[in-house]
Ligand binder design. Structure first.
Ligand code: SAH
Ligand code: SF4
Ligand code: F3S
Length: 482
């Protein structure tokens, strides 16, 4: 394979910069150049996405583009002509998984010499990773980033037809592109981007570097998408942003996220969720709107990260434990039956035992329905990665275990409160383990496995009586379908 001279590699320094310039909204930027038309005909692609919902949604755009090029999706790498890993950079173990996978998939070249390997997503935005790919994974033919997904047709043409190793990663975000294709992977639940990027720069986090500055879509474009999804029969939308509370600030929109949420609710799609909302700028208006509309689900992911004010300060989270508790209590008092999940990091540089105990105290106070718990992972280029750290990995692991004992206990306790209750479940389909058992989620995002006498379809909303509770799910029997 010939080596291309014009590789465009990412720079974290560039990615860190922010300007006040508003991103342009582009309605027609995406197109398929003549030479790339139909390059996928008769070929299959295997796409694997890692990381958060924003990345999942990008995967749907990528699949949409590939299918416009004529590719057909396949579900095992062995069948594929093009293998693409859409990656996550948030922690080292996420990256290790991808690098391991890239290494092990290489063997497939032996049986299919024309097989093309691609990598995209957040890891592609990291200088170090791209250098590693070039040096140690020479079988990777195509690397592109989160800001130039729209360039996929021409990049793929270059890598596949011209057989040139192609690396093109923009360090900086560009326009908000509205005419990208999409292949939805869900049949009744859909992701809807409301904004891209993040400007919070929490000191441990790579996302502001891999996703660029905050850019909002217009209210009309978002509402059009939700209306279309409703017309297509979708039952649930999840509005996506790294911090949805910032929605519209870059466009100087008056109503902000609360205004948008209300407009989305009025469309009348049965279930609306959103993620992620930052505790720092969660407004009273947002709480009021969530409380007022039955179709906005009473479930909030409210990442706290730590229960120590000292650590929160060094993390750059912009709130104190007291402010978090006040917000938490306000939400509980205004939204009946609300459920909460959170994210927590243990072992931040120099975290003391006392500081860790504060995190446990906060968990005891909030009793989250669910908590995603992580050991701090240094990310190159972030301020925290440059901090000396006196906490051993062993101590971090012990803290994680202790924290998980607490969070699991509350997950179970919260589920126990559901015993005997009747809940509304949006049905995903027959459960993975047993075809005669259906599974779906309650309004508060609890997984329910249930039996039913009547015929039930994915996308139905069914009333279920809870008969048994477990730590991670509820069991029940259907009462009647709506
Ligand atoms: N925008 C979202 C978070 C996206 S990343 C928010 O602010 O809530 C998801 C979670 O990964 C974060 O909430 C944090 O708990 C965790 N995380 C991010 N960077 C990390 C790091 N360097 N090490 C460990 N966990 C990290
Ligand atoms: Fe990362 Fe903080 Fe932005 Fe969330 S708000 S994506 S944790 S920088
Ligand atoms: Fe991972 Fe990028 Fe999402 S780093 S968490 S895929 S924004």
């Amino acid at each position: 394979m010939k080596v291309h001279e014009d590789w465009m590699k990412p720079s974290l320094k560039e990615a860190q910069k922010r300007t006040d310039q508003q991103a342009a909204i582009e309605k027609s930027l995406f197109n398929i150049p003549f030479e790339a038309r139909n390059i996928g005909c008769g070929r299959k692609y295997f796409l694997r996405t890692y990381g958060c919902q924003a990345n999942e949604r990008d995967g749907e755009t990528i699949a949409g583009i590939l299918e416009e090029l004529g590719f057909e999706q396949c579900h095992t790498p062995e069948e594929a002509d093009f293998i693409l890993l859409n990656t996550c950079a948030v922690r080292k173990n996420a990256e290790d998984k991808v690098l391991g996978e890239l290494g092990s998939l290489k063997r497939l070249r032996k049986t299919n010499p024309d097989l093309l390997f691609g990598m995209c997503g957040c890891m592609a935005q990291e200088e170090e990773i791209v250098d590693t790919i070039i040096k140690k994974y020479p079988h990777v033919d195509l690397v592109f980033g989160t800001h130039n997904i729209h360039r996929l047709p021409i990049l793929l043409y270059q890598a596949m037809m011209a057989r040139e190793k192609t690396i093109e990663v923009y360090s900086k975000e560009g326009e908000v592109i509205e005419n990208l294709p999409v292949k939805r992977f869900g049949t009744h639940k859909a992701w809807v981007n409301i904004m891209y990027g993040c400007d919070k720069f929490c000191t441990y986090c790579i996302v502001p570097y891999t996703r660029g500055k905050e850019r909002s879509r217009t209210v009309e474009d978002i509402l059009d998408e939700v209306r279309e999804l409703k017309a297509e029969g979708f039952k649930e939308v999840t509005l996506l942003g790294q911090n949805v509370n910032s929605y519209g600030k870059d466009l100087q929109l008056v109503g902000g996220f609360a205004g948008l949420l209300e407009e989305v609710a009025k469309i009348g799609i049965p279930r609306i969720r959103f993620t992620t909302s930052h505790p720092w700028d969660f407004t009273d208006e947002m709480i009021d709107v969530i409380a007022r509309y039955d179709n906005i689900m009473p479930f909030i992911h409210l990442p706290v990260q730590s229960g120590s004010n000292e650590i929160l300060k060094i993390m750059g989270r912009r709130y104190t434990v007291e402010q978090y508790r006040t917000l938490f209590d306000k939400i509980v008092s205004k939204i009946p039956g609300v459920g909460f999940s959170t994210d927590i990091i243990v072992g931040f540089p120099n975290e003391t035992d006392e500081q860790f105990q504060k995190t446990l105290e906060l968990v005891d106070y909030c009793q989250f329905d669910n908590a995603f718990t992580f050991i701090y992972s240094p990310r190159a280029g972030t301020p925290a990665a440059a901090m000396a750290d006196n906490v051993s990995l062993e101590v971090k692991q012990d803290r994680l275990n202790e924290l998980m004992e607490h969070t699991n206990r509350y997950a179970r306790l919260k589920n126990e409160a559901y015993a005997g209750r009747v809940v509304k479940v949006l049905v995903d389909g027959p459960s993975k383990k047993n075809e005669r058992v259906y599974s779906g989620y309650t309004e508060t995002n609890k997984l329910v496995n249930f039996t039913a006498d009547q015929l039930i379809q994915p996308g139905d909303i069914v009333e279920v009586q809870i008969t048994d509770v477990k730590t991670w799910s509820l069991d029940g029997e259907a009462i009647k379908s709506e």
